[in-house]
Design a protein around this ligand. Structure first.
Ligand SMILES: [Ca+2]
Length: 381
């Protein structure tokens, strides 16, 4: 006991040191000028890492981040580190030349690390591309980027940030990433995805909540929230977000919960294992199915409100194609409200499902539910 007390006393001053601020302006960063601040911010991050963690502080002002050699991300965050600003007035901004080439990520890590927080920051990618052009737009240049194949990055929180104008994704994390929380993050003008997540076996445990995208002045090529390449990943919760550019959540993800989101566009996902899509409010645009799921194994679509003035199918669950013989299995569609001129619900290539108690208005289809190439599907409308 005495030994433990003595240890605590010795550790106490160290803990205080760990919580110290590493203000980037103390390391040579200067706001609101043309001078490059990359090396100064790096020096602050490295000092924080050497101290065993702490807080790297970004004061009010615009600080320039430029291309260096080939390092990615340009600003690598050490373990146990918080990178914190004062809100949208603390800006890290890409030098415009960054977007002349691909694979530049502003902030994140590709090393084993844990307990990282990014908060109250404005990240600006300085994008000037108007839309995604395959092979031309530098789509791998992201704002926040965590990726560690064969290793682990755990317990990362991004909150209260504005992240905009990236030619790739505003936020991207996938292989090796576990227990990430993305909360109250506003994104805008992403050429690819707003918030992109994926992962493999052992990865997951992520929560994306209270995030949104603002009106875009460019054309996003992807979705506001996007789950893909997640085969083996488990535990993705997407709750209470506002998505203006679709919500795509699939990619083989397991235990996926998509709940209480407001979506303009579509909700889509393939190869989901145990997915719950509940109480979302969808305003559909376009002629493609508004909620669409292929090759699902365990899918509940419940309590959603789906509206559209376009001639599109409301809920479409499918499987067994020439690319993949698997049907969708264990499908429950209940208590949804659909107000649209098109076909409300369609099941095609489904083995095992129940459709019941959905409320349909405005449809000009002959029947509210169309079932084809399906076995063991009960329709109790
Ligand atoms: Ca500067």
């Amino acid at each position: 006991m005495k030994a433990i007390l003595a240890l605590l006393i010795v550790l106490a001053p160290l803990t205080a040191l760990h919580a110290a601020d590493f203000d980037i302006t103390k390391f040579g960063a200067t706001p609101n000028d043309v001078s490059d601040d990359t090396l100064a911010i790096r020096a602050a991050l490295e000092a924080c890492g050497k101290a065993g963690g702490g807080t790297v502080f970004v004061p009010k002002g615009v600080f320039i981040v430029s291309r260096q050699k080939s390092e990615t991300p340009i600003l690598s965050i050490p373990a146990k580190t918080t990178v914190r600003g004062t809100g949208t007035e603390s800006t890290l901004k890409f030098d415009a030349k960054v977007n002349q080439s691909n694979f530049w990520r502003m902030l994140g890590s590709i090393e084993d690390c844990s307990d990282i927080t990014i908060r109250e920051l404005h990240l600006d990618g300085s994008n000037t591309h108007a839309a995604y052009i395959k092979g031309q737009t530098p789509e791998q240049s992201h704002g926040i980027f965590f990726y560690r194949r064969g290793g682990r990055i755990e317990r990362v929180t991004v909150e209260d940030c504005l992240i905009e104008n990236f030619t790739g994704d505003c936020v991207a994390f996938s292989q090796g990433c576990r227990n990430f929380t993305i909360r109250n993050v506003t994104v805008r003008n992403f050429i690819r995805q707003g918030i992109q997540m994926g992962g493999g076996k052992g990865d997951g445990g992520h929560l994306v909540t209270n995030c949104r995208d603002l009106e875009h002045t460019i054309k996003p090529g992807g979705s506001t929230i996007h789950v893909e390449h997640a085969e083996g990943g488990k535990g993705f919760r997407i709750e209470k977000n506002v998505c203006r550019a679709n919500l795509l959540a699939g990619g083989g993800a397991e235990d996926l919960i998509v709940r209480d989101n407001d979506v303009i566009g579509r909700i889509e996902g393939n190869s989901i294992k145990n997915g719950l899509f509940e109480n979302n409010r969808l305003t559909g645009i376009g002629k493609r199915a508004l909620m669409q799921f292929g090759y699902a194994d365990g899918l509940v679509i419940r309590g959603n409100t789906i509206r559209s003035t376009d001639e599109a199918t409301g809920i479409y669950v499918w499987g067994t194609s020439r690319y993949n013989p698997a049907p969708s299995k264990r499908v429950l569609i209940e208590n949804n409200t659909l107000d649209l001129p098109g076909l409300p619900i369609s099941l095609n290539g489904v083995n095992g499902g129940t459709v019941r108690a959905n409320k349909v208005t405005g449809s000009q289809a002959q029947e509210p539910v169309k079932v084809s190439r399906a076995t063991e599907v009960d329709v109790m409308q």
